[in-house]
Design a protein around this ligand. Structure first.
Ligand code: ATP
Ligand code: MG
Length: 499
């Protein structure tokens, strides 16, 4: 094999806690290499060492024939390694071309910026990648998918040889994933190499050539994707404990608790839905189908233009988040980094923040009782964390998501709106989250989940409501939820839509 990268015997500890214990990673030129492992296994840390973000305690890194052990961020970039972060690292208030040329601006001898030249160069690369983005637009106006593509464009621009994609698809729709994979295939054909980190098995088997599995900071196995299967890889990742057993059970549902009548908003139209107490209702659809916007509207984050929302038979008079929370509605947002994480706060503070927004009457925070609640949730959700006073961002991505889940469980909400809830969560922990969702439903909580992962919907939902272009086209009972049926309605290919 023609190797572009060899990482040998990498060791790393954070304040005495060993998170990498002699890891090996070998990447071939022109291959897509899946780096696999549970939440907290050490994937992002290993990549941070490769790209100079962290230094290692022991080990060796050979890239393109050169020893680059413990190089700086700048050195690793200059050698041709590009890190497309799990948590995107663009500047929202700068323009597209300013982001691409950040810290590498083209200037005249006199030091003034060559704006037009930078814009023209951007256009060139975008065209090559088949990307339709205006270089002079401000980044905050881009969709998650466009931001993603922009990060890749940035890497190509500076002639990266190895691109690291850390969970690149968590905020993308299925169509956008197809586009991303097309870009990866094209670049691979040009000899670029990729390290691809993902918790979604179908994706890994679609795009990767080889794989490496880490568990608890140790190298477990490497091999060809063609010589294994999802079941085998999963067992390698989680050890012997994993169980994919059927967990769904039909239950007695209660009276309607959440009702929408002819609800209209910017991205959804004429939505009438009644959700019963104890029900798990799934919303699904392609990008732009309006499911996430509908949830945000119920939570008071987006306005409705007409129609009504009622909780326990009582209409919500105003659309505000505070009112929604008071009526015991919780919302776990899609896109963790931008909409859930409070980076300057600790794990504990990130967990109790919603609860205290609600209890304005009791502004004093009882630390001991919060810590006790945290310990209970840590156990309940198997959160992997050192100390509750550490910053939230010191947790691995999947473990952060669990803390945000706990944030809402702590509010005693009756209606949980979960938008893409298992983003960044590994297969083993996903199974735990599904169990938890069903346990909550059994105890009388009502759960609305927005997901594009049909296997996930099949495992937990009593009903699945399929959206197309902002409207409900079909409601499927549990036993009719199949990949094929859902896709047929989601793409509006079915004849008997409700529309
Ligand atoms: N800056 C840091 N300070 C302290 N501990 C850290 C830091 N960064 C990572 N860790 C710890 O190192 C371990 C590995 O984390 P890492 O982010 O590499 O996991 P991961 O495999 O990327 O997981 P995920 O799939 O959830 O993203 C975790 O236990 C995490 O809490
Ligand atoms: Mg990670």
């Amino acid at each position: 094999m023609d190797e572009i990268l060899q990482m040998r015997n990498i060791h790393k500890a954070f304040v005495g806690v060993k998170v990498l214990k002699g890891v090996d990673l070998t990447i071939g030129r022109g291959e897509v290499h899946a780096l696999l492992g549970e939440n907290g296994a050490g994937k992002s840390t290993l990549m941070n060492i490769l790209t100079g973000v962290y230094s290692m305690d022991e080990g060796q890194v050979i890239f393109d024939g050169e020893d680059i052990s413990n190089c700086s961020i700048r050195e690793s970039e200059d050698k041709g390694i590009a890190f497309v972060h799990q948590e995107l690292s663009l500047f929202n208030d700068l323009k597209v071309y300013e982001n691409i040329f950040f810290n590498k601006e083209l200037t005249t001898k006199g030091g003034s910026l060559k704006k037009n030249e930078m814009i023209a160069k951007c256009r060139e690369v975008f065209e090559k990648l088949g990307v339709d983005i205006d270089p002079s637009v401000t980044v905050e106006h881009l969709t998650a998918s466009e931001k993603q593509t922009l990060e890749i464009a940035k890497a190509i621009f500076f002639e990266a040889k190895l691109l690291i994609l850390d969970e690149p698809t968590t905020a993308l729709s299925n169509a956008e994933i197809d586009h991303l994979f097309q870009i990866i295939e094209n670049l691979k054909a040009e000899g670029k190499s990729f390290i691809f980190i993902s918790h979604k098995m179908p994706e890994i088997f679609r795009i990767a050539d080889r794989y490496t599995v880490l568990r608890n900071g140790e190298f477990i196995k490497a091999g060809n994707i063609a010589e294994t299967n999802a079941q085998e890889v999963t067992s390698t990742m989680v050890g012997a404990t994993f169980s994919n057993a059927e967990i769904y059970r039909t239950r007695e549902l209660g009276e309607p608790i959440l009702e929408m009548r002819a609800l209209d908003g910017k991205d959804f139209h004429d939505v009438s839905l009644s959700v019963r107490r104890g029900e798990v209702l799934a919303l699904t659809g392609l990008q732009g189908a309006g499911c996430s916007e509908l949830m945000q509207c119920v939570f008071g984050e987006l306005p409705s233009f007409s129609g009504t929302i009622a909780v326990e038979g009582e209409e919500l008079t105003k659309n505000t988040i505070h009112l929604a929370m008071k009526r015991k509605i919780a919302y776990l947002p899609t896109n963790r980094r931008e909409r859930s994480a409070m980076p300057d706060l600790s794990i504990l503070e990130n967990m109790y923040i919603s609860e205290h927004t609600l209890s304005g009457k009791k502004p004093i925070i009882n630390r001991a009782s919060e810590i006790a609640k945290y310990d209970a949730q840590k156990e309940n959700l198997s959160i992997k964390a050192e100390h509750y006073s550490d910053l939230i961002l010191s947790l691995s991505g999947g473990n952060q998501q669990k803390v945000f889940f706990a944030r809402w469980l702590n509010t005693d909400a009756e209606i949980l709106l979960l938008d893409n809830p298992t983003q960044g969560i590994d297969v083993g922990a996903k199974a735990e989250i599904y169990k938890l969702i069903l346990k909550l439903a059994e105890s009388g909580k009502t759960i609305v989940i927005n997901s594009q992962e049909i296997p996930e919907i099949q495992r937990v939902a009593d009903r699945c409501v399929v959206f197309y272009s902002g409207r409900i086209v079909k409601t499927l009972p549990h036993d009719q939820i199949t990949e094929h049926t859902v896709m047929m309605y989601a793409t509006n290919a079915a004849e008997d839509s409700e529309e």
